[in-house]
Design a protein around this ligand. Structure first.
Ligand code: ARG
Length: 472
């Protein structure tokens, strides 16, 4: 018995098959449900490919024109939501090819000359990656800008800095916020590096071995804005390194966002009470009327698992693949697409949330009163007077013990009490005590001194404005 009419079958079912695919074969192997997200990139790649085929004489002018018009009409149809994506055509590549055939007839059959879906999907993914990286980087800049606005507002306000989650030394809130600006800048660098490495054209590798046809890969690379062409056809069709790079860059960036979320959740608790999130950006409880929950931050923290999982998935997916393309590679998309969407929504939410919260200066300053966070400053006072640091460190520790026993702060100890521990501790020593004095005394580059924080904020503003101008 003859199979289904060719037009109802996937273009990949050649004459070798004696019957149509079983419905379960189709349902299990289709990727259209998720790779339709690549439609724009697939069509852009085909337009460039057709232009090249015409240039080298493999397509007539009229054929190239028909293909171009047809592809543009299909693009418009998809964007208008009128395109009928069909599972029996498996993926975005063959859905577009079949739609083109329906529009322009047999000339559509020439588009796949000197091309395989193996290099086609590799191309689509690289084009997709470039767009997504550009979007992520712009969104990271928006979060950095929001952080800078808050840093400027709280540049000189003291807060406890922690190590081991124990009060350590006073810092400024501006400096604390700038720490996240730094992390996000490294995230942007990693993304830019990923984009740079990915920006070579895979098309022309064909299935695995290139082609005997006289194609011009450099020309296609130029048309699509690539920096060059990949150099080994076998490597090219099985290469997903850039997707792993991207997954890693997102996973680590999510870890940064998660750490911020964790801090802010703690700081918004009654136990800290340093942070208040605007009502419109909090959620309530269905039973406890008093609750104002920081769910958005918790979701950012929670979604980090997906990003880390995606990285793990891709690495495991790739580890056992024999040389060149294997269908396993189709499994590179769903999680990565989802993680990209989730990551970008986290960045969007965070940039808005940062404009809708406030720090409580008084409570942060009050938290600096306890915990003897000025003990290091006292030790450094002695060091400046020639005392070896170890001795100074010991003396300041003794003072903390004495003060704690008496229920006093270091600044409340009398000169007599100070001198009992070390003869060089005089009235002047008391001036280095207290959080405001401590932060104003920090002198090393990169420390929380409010003067340095203000300088850093200005430098960041300039740097981000420059980067934004360059991106446009
Ligand atoms: N949907 C496939 C993927 O995402 C396209 C490539 C299929 N190639 C093949 N020879 N079956 O990887």
């Amino acid at each position: 018995m003859a199979g289904a009419a060719p037009s109802e079958q996937s273009p990949s079912r050649s004459g070798v098959f004696s019957k149509p695919a079983d419905p379960l074969t189709l349902a299990f192997s289709q990727s259209i449900a998720f790779d339709k997200a690549l439609y724009r990139h697939d069509i852009a790649g085909s337009l460039a490919h057709a232009q090249m085929l015409h240039k080298v004489g493999l397509l007539k002018k009229s054929e190239e024109e028909a293909i171009r018009k047809g592809l543009k009409a299909i693009l418009a149809e998809i964007e208008a939501g009128r395109f009928d994506f069909r599972e029996e055509f498996e993926d975005i590549h063959m859905n577009v090819e079949k739609a083109l055939e329906a529009r322009i007839g047999p000339a559509a059959g020439k588009l796949h000359t000197a091309r395989s879906r193996n290099d086609q999907v590799a191309l689509d993914e690289r084009l997709w990656l470039r767009d997504e990286i550009d979007r992520c980087r712009a969104m990271l800049t928006a979060v950095q800008e929001a952080l800078l606005r808050r840093a400027e507002e709280y540049a000189a306000d003291v807060m406890p800095g922690y190590t081991h989650l124990q009060r350590a030394q006073p810092v400024t809130c501006g400096h604390y916020l700038l720490a996240f600006v730094e992390m996000l800048e490294r995230d942007k660098d990693r993304l830019a590096e990923t984009r740079r490495r990915a920006n070579v054209l895979p098309l022309g590798a064909c299935a695995l071995a290139g082609t005997s046809l006289p194609i011009d890969r450099e020309y296609v690379a130029e048309l699509l804005g690539f920096d060059g062409v990949t150099r080994n056809s076998m490597d090219t069709t099985g290469d997903r390194d850039h997707l792993v790079d991207f997954a890693y860059a997102m996973a680590l960036s999510m870890v940064h966002l998660s750490r911020l979320a964790e801090d802010f959740i703690l700081y918004a608790s009654a136990e800290f009470g340093w942070l208040r999130i605007d009502d419109a950006w909090c959620t309530g409880s269905s039973i406890m009327p008093q609750k104002r929950n920081p769910d958005l931050l918790e979701l950012i923290r929670g979604k980090t698992g997906r990003a880390v999982g995606t990285l793990n998935h891709l690495l495991v997916m790739l580890k056992g693949l024999p040389m060149t393309y294997n269908r396993d590679c189709q499994e590179d998309k769903e999680l990565l697409f989802d993680t990209t969407k989730q990551y970008q929504s986290c960045l969007e939410v965070l940039s808005k949330l940062l404009d809708n919260l406030s720090f409580d200066r008084q409570k942060m300053a009050a938290a600096c009163e306890g915990g003897y966070m000025d003990a290091t400053a006292l030790a450094e006072f002695l060091v400046q007077r020639g005392i070896p640091f170890r001795q100074a460190h010991h003396a300041a520790g003794q003072l903390v013990r004495v003060a704690a026993e008496k229920g006093k702060r270091l600044s409340e100890l009398s000169i007599g009490e100070l001198k009992q521990i070390h003869a060089l501790l005089n009235e002047e020593a008391r001036s280095v005590l207290g959080a405001k004095g401590v932060v104003a005394a920090y002198a090393s580059a990169g420390s929380p001194n409010p003067k340095m924080v203000r300088r850093e904020i200005q430098a960041w503003k300039k740097r981000l404005a420059q980067a934004t101008r360059k991106a446009k």
